[in-house]
Design a protein around this ligand. Structure first.
Ligand code: MN
Length: 718
């Protein structure tokens, strides 16, 4: 059993100036608070906080963290309150214990949505102070070590959670010993049979391995000595769960997992690391594709080492890791190494600790992720990145998840570089933006100021920070657009009752209406009008009920048409399965009744209707979610404007003839433009209002019979 004395001694060993009296006080407080409580094992509850504090002292954490280890369950399980802890031990301790209490109440099991929300909360509190997760990990480790006392269902639940969340977290924080221990402890409960079988096999082969390890170490040590390098050489079998994963991923039986033993050579500096690598490669044949330089390209959790696998002295595959002592400490303790009290030096300042940036990054990304599935995905990809390393033009190295594109790279440089990115060069050659970055690529981004990201970029970007930035940009743009459209729609309606939108929006009654609709700001309500959620009339009937009623009485027509048809049908369009949507005809292809059409959902403008061959729809086309099937409502004939172009000889009177043909068909001309070119031809463009495709085709035919007309065609307006 751990005693307070053990903890005090440990803390003193790495932090001679530590306030041990404070730790003692926390111990007494915790003992009093938990008095009479018993663990499932039958032991006094106090054992648990003591063990947690011990684990934290082994991680060489600061005094505050040790205090929190001792006190971490007091608010959750006893009468103690945050306020009381703050009074006794200061604000920091109060905050940390409170955060841990909140995390312990989270339930990661129930449903995706719930799980995501909990994860979000946990990550947010961790990001405020990373020591929260250090204590949480120590807490979880002790609970896992004593898991056998719980009921079987609980064991499995806790083990799965450990495997899903806490072991990956330990990995991401670079605390490899904790990751291994958590994984092996959980493995036993999550896959009991596989665990037992593997454990037996390892046990059975242990003697053989131990002999082999001894022999191999001797050979390696001798080689180092001959080259005058002082280094420590160790060898051990990998932890069970990583062997299990290897067997699974390589589909090999245990007997064929040759590299279950990792030899580790620790030397004093980087130069020696590469020297040792050279020595080993000259003694033993390296296996191609197995050499990894994590010194030149550290992992995201700052892990550094050289890894290689060679045909060893007994013609076996031998895996060797080479690192310096500094790298070794980081590899073992990860983020905890930040707290290490170096001899004669003060602990690292807090900013230094907070610089562990990945938490900050995750946090930034999570702020904008609303969809629970997306959130889980974000966390997952951030916890297990498969990395590629590329160079900036200055020779800096940047790491990206597998599959990242120049877009990810651009956004990692600066948000504007991302937005303005129009192309990329890899090793001097221009590549498409969807190019997948490869290790060692030199990436250069071509920008054009003011360029805007497009929606397809979301498909090309892999990193969550790039995606979040693109999404934010698009959302902002859509919101701006919706707001403008909303203002226009409101203005049109307001003018009928003698008001303007500019003034109306500033009135108190409008603000009150916005909050009645559930919006904090007037602009948000305006945006929903532009977006098509509410109609201008719906909103204004609330703001100016009387005026609006009067205005309706005046125009009987409006009332009838509203009753007679749904809003979308008023436009002559029926959208499959959707009621009352805002439909807009694209101003580029100007679809007509009879044209083959497609609807594209735009967040800013409801559904926009294009002809199926409109080139402007190409970009949206592969986003299936945004396409809707629409049909013409044949009963409703609404005249629509299309543009036609008539190329003719420049003859006097020809224009009059053409307009006569148009108006003889009862077709309105809303705009005409006549230009003569130097070669005596005239280009006449007419915007005409026609009811359907048949009528247009008739007209085009009619125009083409005019003497002097060379060509007649329908045009895109944009
Ligand atoms: Mn606990």
């Amino acid at each position: 059993m751990i005693r307070l004395g053990d903890i005090l001694e440990k803390v003193k060993s790495y932090n001679p100036k530590a306030d041990l009296e404070e730790i003692n006080r926390a111990y007494v407080y915790s003992a009093k608070a938990h008095a009479g409580h018993v663990r499932q094992s039958g032991e006094p509850y106090l054992i648990h906080p003591l063990d947690v504090a011990m684990i934290l002292s082994e991680m060489k954490m600061d005094v505050t963290t040790i205090l929190v280890g001792l006190l971490h369950d007091t608010v959750e399980d006893t009468d103690a309150t945050r306020e009381d802890l703050e009074k006794q031990f200061g604000q920091e301790v109060g905050f940390l214990v409170e955060s841990l209490t909140k995390i312990s109440r989270l339930d990661f099991e129930s449903g995706e949505e719930h799980q995501a929300e909990n994860l979000r909360r946990m990550i947010i509190s961790m990001a405020r102070d990373i020591r929260v997760i250090m204590v949480k990990l120590a807490d979880r480790l002790h609970n896992m070590r004593t898991l056998s006392y719980l009921k079987p269902e609980k064991q499995v639940k806790i083990a799965i959670e450990t495997m899903d969340i806490y072991a990956p977290l330990a990995n991401r924080l670079g605390i490899s010993w904790m990751q291994s221990e958590l994984e092996d402890l959980a493995f036993e409960y999550v896959h009991p049979e596989a665990f037992k079988a593997l454990q037996e096999k390892v046990k059975a082969g242990r003697k053989e391995y131990e002999t082999y390890i001894k022999k191999a170490i001797k050979i390696l040590k001798k080689a180092l000595m001959e080259h005058g390098i002082k280094g420590e050489v160790t060898g051990r079998t990998k932890h069970l769960y990583s062997l299990y994963n290897k067997m699974k991923s390589q589909e090999l039986p245990y007997e064929q997992i040759f590299d279950q033993i990792a030899f580790r050579i620790i030397v004093s500096n980087v130069r020696e690391c590469y020297e040792v690598l050279g020595i080993i490669h000259s003694m033993f044949k390296p296996i191609p594709g197995r050499f990894k330089d994590y010194i030149g390209f550290p992992k995201a959790n700052r892990y550094q080492s050289l890894h290689t696998t060679v045909m060893g002295p007994f013609k076996e595959r031998m895996e060797v890791q080479i690192r310096s002592w500094d790298m070794h400490y980081t590899a073992e303790d990860g983020i905890a190494a930040h707290w290490r009290y170096k001899e004669g030096k003060e602990p690292l300042p807090e900013q230094e600790i907070k610089r562990f940036t990945w938490f900050k990054q995750i946090l930034d990304e999570l702020k904008d992720v609303q969809n629970p599935r997306e959130l889980m995905e974000t966390v997952r990809t951030d916890l297990f990145p498969e990395e590629v390393y590329v160079f900036t033009p200055n020779g800096d190295v940047r790491a990206f998840p597998d599959g990242a594109t120049p877009i990810d790279f651009a956004y990692s440089i600066h948000t504007d570089v991302g937005h303005w990115c129009v192309g990329a060069k890899i090793n001097g050659r221009i590549v498409p933006l969807k190019y997948k970055l490869k290790n060692g690529d030199m990436v250069e981004i071509i920008t054009s100021k003011g360029h805007k990201p497009s929606k397809d970029w979301l498909k090309m970007a892999v990193t969550n920070s790039a995606k979040a930035k693109i999404r934010n940009f698009i959302k902002r743009e859509e919101k701006d657009r919706s707001q403008k459209i909303g203002e226009e729609l409101l203005d049109r309606e307001l003018r009928r009752i003698g008001k303007t939108v500019k003034r109306a929006l500033k009135t108190k009654v409008f603000q009150a209406t916005a909050s009645a609709f559930g919006f904090q700001k007037v602009e948000d309500l305006v945006a929903t009008v532009g977006y098509g959620k509410y109609s201008a009339k719906q909103v204004l009937s609330r703001v100016y009920p009387e005026e609006m009623r009067e205005s309706k009485d005046e125009s009987e027509e409006v009332k009838i048409s509203k009753k007679a048809s749904r809003r979308s049908s008023r436009d002559g369009i029926v959208v499959d399965g959707v009621d009352d949507v805002m439909v807009r005809f694209a101003r580029c292809c100007n679809p007509l009744l009879g044209d083959d059409v497609v609807g594209i959902i735009t967040r800013g403008r409801g559904i926009s209707v294009h002809t199926t061959d409109c080139p402007n729809t190409e970009a949206d086309r592969y986003d299936q979610d945004r396409l809707v099937k629409i049909n013409w409502d044949k009963k409703t004939k609404v005249p629509r404007t299309v543009r036609i172009k008539v190329t003719s000889e420049d003859i006097k009177g020809i224009l009059a003839e053409m307009t006569a043909i148009i108006s003889s068909r009862n077709i309105n001309i809303s705009h005409a433009d006549i230009r003569t070119t130097s070669d005596m031809t005239a280009v006449n463009t007419f915007d005409v209002e026609v009811e359907d495709l048949d009528q247009l085709q008739e007209l085009l035919k009619g125009l083409s019979t005019v003497k002097g007309v060379i060509a007649v065609e329908r045009m895109m307006t944009n």
